[in-house]
Design a protein around this ligand. Structure first.
Ligand code: BG6
Length: 428
C-alpha cells in the first residue's frame, strides 16, 4: 500500500506511542506488571482501557480473569474486544459467555464480527428503512428468495491446521452470513439505539429452526490438475491438515425465518474457499410478474448489494430493448460506489469497529443472546457432521463449488439463468 507523507508522519507518531510487554497468559505477576506499565502512561489511573483479545479459545479464561483481577482502570472505562471463535458449539459458547459475564458487564464486552463493519452491511438498515420504495415489497409476497454469498478464490494453505478444527460453517456461515441475514430479515427497530437494533436481530434468529442435513450441501476442494501453483493442491494435500479430514471448505444451507413476513421464503447461505472468484453479496430475488404478457421473456428482478469487492447496489430489471423493438431486455439500475463516490475513502471494517468501541457504541457488535441463538441454529448440524464424519463432496479448486449446491438452490426456488453477468459498468 502506498503511504503519503502525511500518513507516514501520523504512522510514526502512532508507533512511537506503542510499547510491548511480554508475559504469560496464565501468570498473575505478568498482569500485575501490565497494570503498573499502564499506570505509568499518560493519564495514569484516569485513563480508559481497551483490551483486544484475539486468542485461541483455550486461553480466553486465563487472560480475561487476569485482566479483571489486575488491569481494570480505576477511574476511566474498561472495555474488552473479543474475537471469534466464541466457542465451538452452543454449550462451549454458553460456558465462555457465562465466564465473561461473571467478570464484565455486557456493556464492557464487544464481540466483534468484522462483517458488521463493512459499508454495505451497515447500509442495509439505511436502504431498508430510509427509503419508501423497498419497504412494501420486502416480504414473502414479493421476495422469492434471498441469497447471501461469501466466496474466496484462495485456499486455507498454511493455516489449514487452524481451519480444520472449525470448518467453513463455524468460520463464516454461523457468524458473518447469519449476521447479514438478520439485517435483511429484521423488522424496523424502534430506534437506531444499539439495543433496539439487536433486539430485532435476536427476534429473527428466534424464528429460525435448527438447520437439518437435508437443507445443506457440504464440499471440500480438491486440486485442479490443469491449474497453476497452489490450485494444483487440494485441501487434504495441505500438510497442516490431518489426513482424511472431513472438514468442509464449502457449504450451502437453506434457512427459513418462520414469521409473518418471511414464512416460506428460503434464505440461502453459501460460502466457500478456493472458488472461482472473490465476492460477498446480498441478493434478493423477487417473484415472477403475475399475469405475464411478454411470452415468458421477463427475468425476475433482483436487488443486489455487493459487499466486496467493488461496493455497489444494483437492481436487475427489465426494460424495452432500445430502438425499433418492443421486446423486454434485462438491464440494471446501478449505484457503483467507485464512480458515484469517487473521492470517498471507505474505512476498513476493523477501523470503523474499533472506533465504535472508543465511542462506546455497541450497535455493530454481537450481544450474548444473539450469539446463543446463532449457535442454537447450527449446533445440531455441527454435531451430526462430527458424528457421521462423512467426506464432503469434492469440488475443483477454482470452480463454483459442488453442482449439488446449485441443485439445492434451484430446488428451493432460486432461478439462475447463468446468462446475465453484472459488469462493473464504469471501468471504461
Ligand atoms: C474471517 C474468516 O472471519 O473472515 C476467514 O475467519 C475469512 O476465513 C475472512 O478469510 C474474510 O474476511 P474479508 O474481510 O477478507 O472478507
Amino acid at each position: 500500500m502506498k503511504v503519503t507523507d502525511e500518513e507516514s508522519e501520523s504512522l510514526s507518531a502512532f508507533f512511537s506511542r506503542n510499547s510491548y510487554l511480554s508475559g504469560r497468559y496464565d501468570d498473575d505477576g505478568s498482569f500485575a506488571q501490565l497494570n503498573s506499565r499502564l499506570l505509568s502512561l499518560p493519564g495514569g489511573s484516569d485513563a480508559n482501557r481497551l483490551f483486544y483479545l484475539a486468542l485461541p479459545p483455550t486461553i480466553y479464561k486465563h487472560v480475561s480473569t487476569n485482566i479483571r483481577t489486575h488491569c481494570m482502570s480505576s477511574r476511566g472505562w474498561s472495555r474488552v474486544i473479543v474475537e471469534k471463535p466464541f466457542g465451538r458449539d452452543l454449550q462451549s459458547s454458553q460456558e465462555l459467555s457465562a465466564h465473561l459475564s461473571s467478570l464484565f458487564s455486557e456493556d464492557q464486552i464487544y464481540r466483534i464480527d468484522h462483517y458488521l463493519g463493512k459499508e454495505m452491511v451497515q447500509n442495509l438498515m439505511v436502504i431498508r428503512f430510509g427509503n419508501r420504495i423497498f419497504g412494501p415489497i420486502w416480504n414473502r409476497n414479493s421476495v422469492a428468495c434471498v441469497v447471501l454469498t461469501f466466496k474466496e478464490p484462495f485456499a486455507t494453505q498454511g493455516h489449514g491446521g487452524y481451519f480444520d478444527d472449525f470448518g467453513i460453517i463455524r468460520d463464516v456461515m454461523q457468524n458473518h452470513l447469519l449476521q447479514i441475514l438478520c439485517l435483511v430479515a429484521m423488522e424496523k427497530p424502534a430506534s437506531t439505539s444499539p439495543d433496539d437494533v439487536r433486539d430485532e436481530k435476536v427476534k429473527v434468529l428466534k424464528c429460525i429452526a435448527p438447520v437439518t442435513g437435508s437443507d445443506v450441501v457440504l464440499g471440500q476442494y480438491v486440486g485442479d490438475p490443469e491449474g497453476e501453483g497452489q490450485s494444483k493442491l487440494g485441501y487434504l494435500d495441505d500438510p497442516t491438515v490431518p489426513a482424511g479430514s472431513c472438514t468442509p471448505t464449502f457449504a450451502t444451507a437453506v434457512l427459513y425465518v418462520q414469521n409473518e413476513r418471511w414464512d416460506g421464503v428460503p434464505f440461502i447461505l453459501r460460502c466457500g474457499k478456493a472458488l472461482n472468484e472473490r465476492k460477498a453479496e446480498v441478493r434478493l430475488q423477487f417473484t415472477d410478474v403475475p399475469g405475464d404478457i411478454f411470452a415468458e421473456r421477463c427475468q425476475r428482478n433482483e436487488l443486489v448489494l455487493r459487499v466486496q469487492p467493488d461496493e455497489a447496489i444494483y437492481l436487475k430489471m427489465m426494460t424495452k430493448r432500445p430502438g425499433v423493438y418492443f421486446s423486454p431486455e434485462e438491464t440494471e439500475l446501478d449505484l457503483t460506489y467507485r464512480s458515484r463516490y469517487k473521492n470517498v475513502k471507505l474505512p476498513d471494517a476493523y477501523e470503523r469497529l474499533i472506533l465504535d468501541v472508543f465511542c462506546g457504541n455497541q450497535m455493530h457488535f454481537v450481544r450474548s443472546d444473539e450469539l446463543r441463538e446463532a449457535w442454537r441454529i447450527f449446533t445440531p448440524l455441527l454435531h451430526q457432521m462430527e458424528e457421521e464424519n462423512k467426506p464432503p463432496i469434492p469440488y475443483t479448486y477454482g470452480s463454483r463449488g459442488p453442482g449439488e449446491a446449485d441443485d439445492l438452490m434451484k430446488r428451493v426456488g432460486f432461478h439462475y439463468e447463468g446468462k446475465y453477468k453484472w459488469v462493473q459498468p464504469h471501468t471504461a
